[in-house]
Ligand binder design. Structure first.
Ligand code: NAP
Length: 539
């Protein structure tokens, strides 16, 4: 297994085999120094992408028929291999991304645990959503046929990783784990900002594929330019769905390509969110310093490069609000910038902030200090009022990094107008004192917000996304391309499935999941009642 990158040059791993790309090479840049680092990676051409999609299509018939137990075993094997290579993966990711070791250690643990969680989901197989309506030949006025429904995998999935999570939203991240758990082979387009990290993780998954005796095309890792290879992948007829995390421009370009295909396919893109925080008046006057520090920590963590980083802070007008803004300013002034992921992301961040400076009605409130490395701009906070915020389109656009706009509001009605006027978001956060709050307003405000976001929080911070059964990391456009799903948590598997009903099939023709004897012991909805395998067995 490739656990260290000792060669001078590496290639895409198509069906587990290195395939030398014919479209030039790329090399990682250490964003802390702006120097090239590590080996070179060859980039495949548009034509070469077909090798990966064909391998995935060939693997699909066998892979989709794996028993729940076998699929779970494969995902656990991939987790074991990634964990075993953890030290080298973290060392490589630190150089390629500038992210600090503790953050990457946490991210590696999250990635491994996520694979194990999806192994459990695959093994339990309740995601299959089995529904059975036995035949009722005597039913009047018409007999009911025997109907059995189960969800089946869509087919090969193209996955695009994000720059900001080189592990948990990358090669073995949530999109890959959920697609593989669903029974879909994955062709992963490596992010060129962390090619070495991608190679190590891709080799670990490929090794697990081989050891479990699965068809090699179950997983491929390809290096290439997004506008060439990424577009070719999404246009390829063998690809049946897309998972993406990254920019709004990249996500919407892929949505357009997918929609223009002769057979359009779903794109699950997580793109852009500025995660408003609403400080209600009842939250102020208790421990404003801790509240201000909590906000600045959430804003500046990972250099503000988290999809859930708070880019908007709503604070009431008046003396209590003024005092809170002063505390935020003090905490922010003491904060230093840290290395951003790429020189390009850093310059977008700096340009975004420069554009704010030219806007009428927007003023700088506070600025921290720049970090000591390259690409580490100072965190900054600006302020405006609700009318300016709602009438200035640029203020609703994501600036990826530690920059926040404090919007001062004067009434509950203004908050209602904000909640109905903002674009779709991953999260919205309320700070309030439940004992003193006007709960009639707060309830109505939550109802406004739930139409705009995937997750509503109270008295917490949106950064730090728990991975589990109940999490939603999604939201209406432009937070994602399809707000009916989540990219974090076990429900993510639903994105890569579709229901099929079998009507009056003889028992011998039925798939295992919907047979009367329930050989996979799955939870199912039987004639209108959910039934648990153990209860059925006891009966
Ligand atoms: P990105 O530029 O969208 O790139 C993500 C992946 O998509 C890369 O592999 C990229 O390939 C590919 N890609 C980009 N444009 C494409 C296109 N038109 N057609 C096909 N493939 C395309 O995202 P990023 O590099 O991670 O970060 C850039 C910006 O995205 C950030 O400044 C930030 O604004 C935003 N971002 C947002 C989030 C979030 O969760 N909200 C997370 C990360 C980034 P190439 O690199 O080869 O083009």
């Amino acid at each position: 297994m490739t656990t260290t990158l000792t060669e001078k040059m590496y290639h895409s791993l198509i069906g587990g085999k290195p395939v030398e790309g014919t479209s030039g090479t790329t090399q990682a840049i250490n964003p802390a120094t702006n120097e090239a680092t590590g080996p070179e990676f060859t980039l495949i051409s548009e034509d070469q992408t077909q090798q990966a999609t064909l391998a995935a299509a060939e693997a699909f018939p066998t892979y989709r028929r794996l028993t729940p137990k076998a699929r779970a075993q494969f995902l656990n094997a991939a987790a074991d291999k990634i964990q075993a290579a953890g030290e080298q993966i973290i060392a490589t990711a630190m150089t390629e991304t500038g992210l600090p070791e503790p953050r990457l250690q946490g991210e590696l643990a999250r990635t491994v645990n996520q694979l194990r969680l999806f192994a459990k989901v695959a093994g339990q197989a309740d995601y299959l959503g089995v529904r059975i309506e036995p035949a009722m030949p005597e039913r009047k006025p018409l007999p009911r046929p025997d109907l059995r429904q189960v969800k089946i995998p869509l087919g090969p999935v193209a996955v695009f990783g994000a720059s900001n999570f080189p592990l948990a939203f990358s090669v073995a991240g949530g999109d890959t784990a959920s697609a593989l758990a669903a029974g879909c082979p994955v062709v992963f387009k490596a992010h060129n900002a962390h090619p070495g990290t991608s190679q190590l993780v891709g080799a670990a998954i490929s090794e697990a594929v081989a050891e479990e005796g699965l068809p090699a095309g179950v997983f491929s890792l390809v290096y290439g330019r997004g506008t060439v290879v990424g577009q070719a992948l999404v246009a390829d007829p063998h690809i049946k769905a897309v998972g993406f995390t990254g920019s709004r421009g990249g996500g919407t370009a892929l949505m357009a390509t997918a929609a223009a295909r002769p057979q359009p396919i779903p794109v699950y893109a997580e793109m852009s969110s500025i995660n408003p925080i609403f400080v209600l008046a009842t939250a102020l006057g208790k421990d404003d310093e801790a509240l201000a520090e909590g906000f600045v920590t959430s804003l500046t963590g990972s250099a503000g490069q988290l999809c859930t980083a708070p880019g908007l802070l709503f604070v009431p007008e008046g003396p209590a609000g003024d005092d809170f803004v002063e505390r935020v300013s003090a905490a922010l002034t003491a904060a230093a910038g840290s290395t951003m992921l790429t020189p390009g992301i850093c310059s977008s961040r700096v340009e975004g902030e420069e554009a704010w400076k030219t806007l009428d009605g927007v003023t700088e409130v506070a600025r921290g200090t720049a970090g000591s490395t390259e690409n580490a701009p100072a965190p900054a906070v600006y302020t405006t009022d609700v009318a300016t915020f709602l009438s200035t389109k640029e203020l609703s656009e994501e600036i990826f990094g530690s920059v926040c706009l404090i919007v001062r509001y004067g009434s509950e009605d203004e908050l209602h107008r904000v909640a109905t006027g903002i674009e779709g978001q991953l999260t919205a956060t309320l700070h309030l004192d439940p004992a003193r709050e006007n709960l009639t307003f707060a309830r109505a405000f939550v109802e406004d917000l739930e139409l705009k976001v995937g997750r509503v929080l109270v008295n917490g911070w949106p950064t730090g996304v728990d991975v589990g059964d109940a999490m939603v990391h999604g939201g209406p456009f432009p937070a994602t391309s399809d707000g009916r799903s989540t990219s974090v948590g076990t429900l993510a598997i639903d994105r890569f499935l579709r229901p099929v009903a079998y009507q009056n099939l003889p028992a011998d023709l039925l798939p295992d999941a919907v047979r009367d004897e329930n050989p996979w012991s799955v939870v199912r909805r039987m004639d209108g009642q959910y039934t648990l395998p153990s209860i059925e067995g006891d009966a």
